[in-house]
Design a protein around this ligand. Structure first.
Ligand SMILES: Nc1ncnc2c1ncn2[C@@H]1O[C@H](COP(=O)(O)OP(=O)(O)OP(=O)(O)O)[C@@H](O)[C@H]1O
Ligand SMILES: [Mg+2]
Length: 121
């Protein structure tokens, strides 16, 4: 998919998750969002972690990061799949909190979105 080919299609949803904390979820989510935006993809970062690391990071970067970020209270079952309904974006990244439950694709992602456990290996 190139940045110009996705017009009118639902966005790709990529949730960054791991049962463990401190393994690079937020680093992965913010860097992927930044790189995608630089490539011209209309990118939206959902900060679903109550620690708000992603939001703080993007806010502190100011105009150097050109994608949208929004903090959400809580990820509900099936709510990641609903992100495919968002209009006007090519890519939606989700920074999930560390939780055994949240990294199970079937639990919160429903059909469609991909789960991407980061690795520091
Ligand atoms: N690929 C990497 N190589 C080395 N260090 C990394 C890498 N990715 C992240 N880090 C470092 O690891 C630490 C934790 O990263 P990060 O905050 O992204 O993890 P997290 O999984 O989001 O943590 P939390 O569960 O607390 O939200 C940070 O200091 C970050 O700079
Ligand atoms: Mg984090």
């Amino acid at each position: 998919m190139s940045a110009s080919q996705n017009q009118g299609r639902p966005p790709k949803v990529l949730a960054i998750s791991s049962p463990k904390g401190g393994v690079g979820k937020t680093t992965t989510a913010v860097n992927l969002a930044h790189l995608a935006a630089l490539e011209g993809y209309r990118t939206f970062l959902v900060d679903a972690d109550p620690n708000r690391s992603a939001t703080e990071w993007v806010e502190s970067a100011g105009e150097r990061m050109t994608f949208e970020v929004e903090a959400v209270e809580k990820v509900q079952e099936g709510s990641l799949a609903m992100l495919r309904e968002l209009q006007g974006f090519d890519l939606v990244l989700v920074d999930l909190p560390a939780a055994r439950r949240s990294h199970r694709r079937g639990t919160c992602c429903g059909e469609g979105p991909a789960a991407c456990p980061p690795s520091m290996r």
